[in-house]
Design a binder for this molecule. Structure first.
Ligand SMILES: NC(=O)c1ccc[n+]([C@@H]2O[C@H](COP(=O)([O-])OP(=O)(O)OC[C@H]3O[C@@H](n4cnc5c(N)ncnc54)[C@H](OP(=O)(O)O)[C@@H]3O)[C@@H](O)[C@H]2O)c1
Length: 287
């Protein structure tokens, strides 16, 4: 029998690419979108059921899990991908924006995971793959709230990995670097930014590359679900995502932080520039 994966946030980006990849490799996919206008986004892909789910709605998670499990007679993997990007200096963010960022990226993810846990525990198998971010490994400026939400996802994944090991259930986290997806066309920006912050923001964002293709991360999601390495939690993707933990290892935590901090204030050292990819292949926001 075909295996079944549930993927959240599949209208674009990693979620859309992952849905296509799993479907192409013979999986049943329960793909979620949060807007009715996106219900037809997967066209006539075979064995893909597209359902509405806003992960902010914690109550809806339990009913959704029941429906997803019933649709193909079980679920083998859950990919918690839905998320968005809040950006701006912390001083300018409202606490409403901070709570909203954590509601989607963290609390919604935890609530949906909880809804599937009894199923995975009882069947003594399953994979849970959470999309974190390379920004979870060290906070990036002007996106500190987003980075904090993704660091929460990383720590949650590690703790849960150990908690579920006795039941044969694996829990993993993906740490993508910058990828050109629609996330950057839907940024939730902090409100009135004091002009004092603008030079620093210009220095930091002026250094960012355009991002790589989301298909790279969909492959990593597939690997995380299928590689059978129950003890492995962290999967880094994209040119910067892959390089950063290696650079950290080579330099050691203290020197890495110094180099990263200098680069983030617009003063990268020649060593940093030689180790970390600066500009990446530009791609259209096509997905
Ligand atoms: N792109 C990057 O560089 C990057 C790097 C590291 C991590 N990530 C993470 O990767 C994940 C996927 O992002 P992406 O880059 O592929 O962006 P994307 O194309 O915007 O996809 C995100 C998906 O999540 C959905 N979503 C947002 N809030 C939701 C909610 N409350 N309930 C249900 N669905 C919701 C979006 O739906 P709508 O279409 O309705 O907005 C969209 O389908 C996110 O968790 C993101 O934080 C991205």
């Amino acid at each position: 029998m075909n295996r079944t994966v549930v993927i959240t946030g599949t209208a674009s980006g990693f979620g859309l690419e992952s849905t296509r990849l799993f479907a192409a490799r013979g999986w049943n996919v329960v793909a979620t979108v949060r807007k009715e206008e996106h219900l037809a986004v997967h066209g006539d892909l075979p064995d893909v059921e597209t359902l509405l789910l806003d992960v902010d709605d914690e109550e809806a998670g339990a009913a959704f899990a029941e429906r997803a499990i019933a649709r193909f007679g079980g679920v083998d993997a859950l990919v918690n991908n839905a998320g968005y990007y809040h950006m701006g200096p912390v001083e300018a963010a409202s606490m409403g924006q901070v709570h909203d960022q954590f509601q989607t990226n963290v609390f919604g993810l935890i609530a949906l995971t909880k809804a599937f846990l009894p199923h995975f525990r009882e069947q003594r198998s399953g994979a849970i793959v959470n999309i974190s971010s390379i920004s979870a490994d060290q906070g990036y400026p002007y996106t500190a709230v987003y980075a904090a939400s993704k660091a929460a996802v990383a720590a949650f994944s590690e703790g849960l990995n150990i908690e579920l090991a006795d039941f044969g259930v694996s829990v993993k986290a993906i740490f993508p670097g910058a990828h050109a997806t629609r996330i950057f066309t839907k940024i939730d920006q902090a409100g009135d930014i004091p002009p004092d912050y603008l030079p620093g923001m210009q220095r930091f964002f002026g250094m960012q590359g355009t991002g790589s293709k989301p298909a790279v991360t969909a492959e990593a999601v597939y690997e995380a679900v299928t590689d059978g390495k129950i003890e492995k939690v962290r999967y880094y993707t994209g040119p910067d995502g892959v390089v950063i933990p290696r650079v950290k290892q080579i330099l050691g935590a203290e020197q890495y932080w110094e180099e990263f901090r200098n680069a983030s204030t617009g003063n990268p050292s020649p060593l940093w520039t030689s180790l970390v990819p600066q500009g990446q292949e530009p791609v259209e926001f096509a997905l």
